[in-house]
Write a protein that binds this ligand. Structure first.
Ligand code: GDP
Ligand code: MG
Length: 204
């Protein structure tokens, strides 16, 4: 049995539903009020991915730090995947996704320097008052290197598990292609980059 440990970050503006998303995914419940916890905090979800593989997810909630202009490198350290979430009824939370994605790409990188897999979630799709069109989400998602985007409703439990499965699938595929590239990377990468690459790999 192989066990994969994955640190996954859930980022986005305040009130878009990040804590509700984690709560729904891990505990299968939805409330209207979530305790305001300050400081990064994580929850664990174990997936029996296949007969031979277990995936242990560490879901990191930014909990109360949404208004800081950039998160610390420590928060991003070792992350293998990310969810960027906005509220479809709030266009400013959508516009801020650019900031979240840039901050992420700046601070969390794969050992080969590429961006970590990231999914864009348009939450609260159960509400009638849409403020962002599907076309603009689609264009934004493609232009900014998201693996894909999905509409979710944490309230109605729509696409919560599906979105996470999509992200985990991408992380596993990226990790296995990195593993395959590993022997060759030593003769193609600059020596300095190569040493940090090896160090990064060991940390993870
Ligand atoms: P956070 O600040 O991003 O962690 O947002 P919360 O998880 O605290 O959610 C903010 C509010 O939005 C809460 O009142 C939630 O109940 C509500 N909420 C979260 N997801 C949904 C959803 O899919 N639909 C609706 N209608 N409300 C939601
Ligand atoms: Mg929260």
């Amino acid at each position: 049995m192989t066990e994969h440990l994955m640190k996954i970050l859930i980022v986005g503006d305040v009130c878009v539903g990040k804590t509700a998303f984690i709560h729904r995914y891990v505990k299968g419940q939805f409330n209207n009020m979530y305790k305001m916890a300050v400081g990064a905090d994580f929850s664990i979800k174990v997936l029996h991915w296949s007969d031979k593989e277990i995936v242990r997810l560490q879901l990191w909630d930014i909990a109360g730090q949404e208004r800081v202009t950039s998160m610390t490198r420590l928060y991003y350290k070792g992350a293998l995947g990310c969810v960027v979430m906005f509220d479809v009824t709030d266009s400013s939370s959508f516009l801020r996704c650019l900031h979240w994605k840039r901050d992420l790409d700046d601070k969390a990188k794969l050992p080969n320097g590429g961006p970590i897999p990231c999914i864009l979630l348009a939450n609260k799709c159960d509400l009638p008052q849409r403020a962002v069109s599907a076309e603009s989400i689609d264009t934004f998602s493609k232009d900014n290197g998201f693996i894909t985007w999905m509409e979710t409703s944490v309230k109605e439990n729509k696409n919560v598990g599906e979105a996470m499965r999509m992200l985990v699938k991408e992380i596993l595929s990226v990790q296995s292609s990195l593993d395959q590239l590993e022997p060759r990377s030593s003769d193609t990468v600059h020596p300095q980059q190569n040493s940090s690459l090896k160090k990064g790999k060991r940390c993870c």
